[in-house]
Design a protein around this ligand. Structure first.
Ligand SMILES: *Cc1c(COP(=O)(O)O)cnc(C)c1O
Length: 377
């Protein structure tokens, strides 16, 4: 057994002043048991805890660290940016550079705005979609996670095509009643829901669901959603906060060839710093203030340090032509190894890997490690 005395002490101390001792619930190890390790530093694939134990880290901060911990180029970019000031409350050329980088890489994004977290990105995208569609109702899917804004902390009630129930105390029914929950990979449930509720103007979906284990959308489902949205004038929000720049350089697009009217990003685009974004058709994005009357703002939005980390991360990803193929083989190695062990001990186990169109080649089956299992994080 490893000595984890310092982590135990740190956790007890943290619990005195921080609810549950953590700043995001999944870190408390509630679902797996044991004491969370308090980390003092990390490099590459390794975490070092406060007792100097070293761990291979398969979590990588739940998504952002596609290059591993403390990648030299990213750290250097952050250090150089920090020398010049931490926040200006005024625009910078860096923000335009990152916007251009995302727009030129991703499909369906004509304009983009930077925010601080995935939660903010989806929350703002929904506000905008509601304004554009002039309809209050939104549809989400059971098992998809889109952050913790009120409208999205809703799970399906009993039976199909029904009102959602709040999945958190404190979310009021008057908000939850505008969120309808359909079944992932089930177009019939979508059609049924739309038939029963005429006021739905927005659908939000994870194209490769990474928050209920890994469940990729079927072609039929995602392309079907696109056609339904086109036909019914519904704004489709593709939530690529996890899959963006991870399943492939272009996120889920090469797998499905489906563009969102709006798309949300987070995790990888900040390279470990608090940075996320929402973007899409210019016609919709231009409804944001100051151009339009959909309000959205942020004191630290487009923060120069975060944007520098994001730009450096994307630059490394783009230069590394073999990256996604390498991730694919690592992910397969990992999941195959697990399967073998499970088989040996007669444990029923299912694994999935989705990723892998490499940067510059057309197609190579699969890549990245989209392993996550956390409705609560
Ligand atoms: C992580 C995640 C979010 C929320 O992002 P935060 O930065 O944690 O607020 C939203 N959508 C998806 C698909 C995610 O994986």
């Amino acid at each position: 057994m490893k000595n984890i005395r310092n982590s135990i002490n740190d956790f007890n101390e943290a619990k005195q002043v921080i609810p549950g001792g953590v700043n995001s619930p999944v870190r408390a190890y509630g679902n797996v048991g044991g004491t969370p390790r308090f980390i003092k530093e990390a490099k590459g694939a390794y975490l070092i805890d406060e007792d100097d134990n070293s761990y291979i880290d398969f979590v990588q901060s739940y998504g952002p660290l596609i290059l591993g911990h403390s990648h030299e180029i990213v750290i250097q970019a952050v250090q150089q940016a920090a020398q010049k000031g931490l926040s200006y409350g005024a625009p910078t050329e860096l923000e335009t550079a990152l916007a251009k980088e995302i727009i030129s890489t991703c499909e369906g994004v004509e304009k983009i705005r930077l925010v601080n977290s995935g939660t903010e990105a989806t929350m703002s995208a929904i506000r905008l979609a509601r304004a554009f569609s002039s309809k209050d109702g939104i549809m989400k899917f059971e098992g998809c996670y889109h952050g913790h804004s009120d409208s999205l902390l809703v799970k399906s009630g009993s039976g199909l095509a029904t009102f959602g129930e709040t999945s958190s105390k404190g979310v009021i029914h008057d908000i939850a009643k505008h969120t309808f929950v359909a079944q992932y990979n089930n177009l019939d449930s979508v059609l049924e829901c739309l038939k029963a509720h005429k006021n739905i103007g927005t659908i939000i979906v994870e194209p490769i669901a990474g928050n209920m284990g890994l469940v990729p959308a079927t072609q039929e489902f995602l392309q079907g959603l696109r056609s339904i949205c086109d036909k019914e004038h519904i704004v489709l929000i593709i939530d690529e906060v996890m899959s963006g720049f991870r399943a492939s350089l272009k996120g889920s697009y090469p797998f499905y060839e489906v563009k969102g009217d709006l798309t949300t990003y987070g995790k990888v685009i900040g390279g470990g710093m608090p940075l996320a974004a929402f973007g899409g058709r210019a016609e919709i994005m231009d409804m944001l203030s100051p151009l339009g009357n959909v309000y959205q703002a942020g004191t630290l939005s487009g923060n120069p340090i975060a944007v520098s980390a994001g730009l450096a991360t994307l630059a490394v990803i783009k230069q590394d032509t073999g990256l996604y193929t390498r991730l694919e083989s690592l992910a397969n190695q990992f999941s195959n190894g697990f399967m073998q062990i499970a088989k040996k001990y007669n444990i029923s186990l299912q694994t999935a890997v989705r990723g892998g169109y490499d940067n510059h080649t057309v197609k190579s089956s699969c890549s990245s490690l989209l392993i996550s299992n956390c409705e609560e994080r």
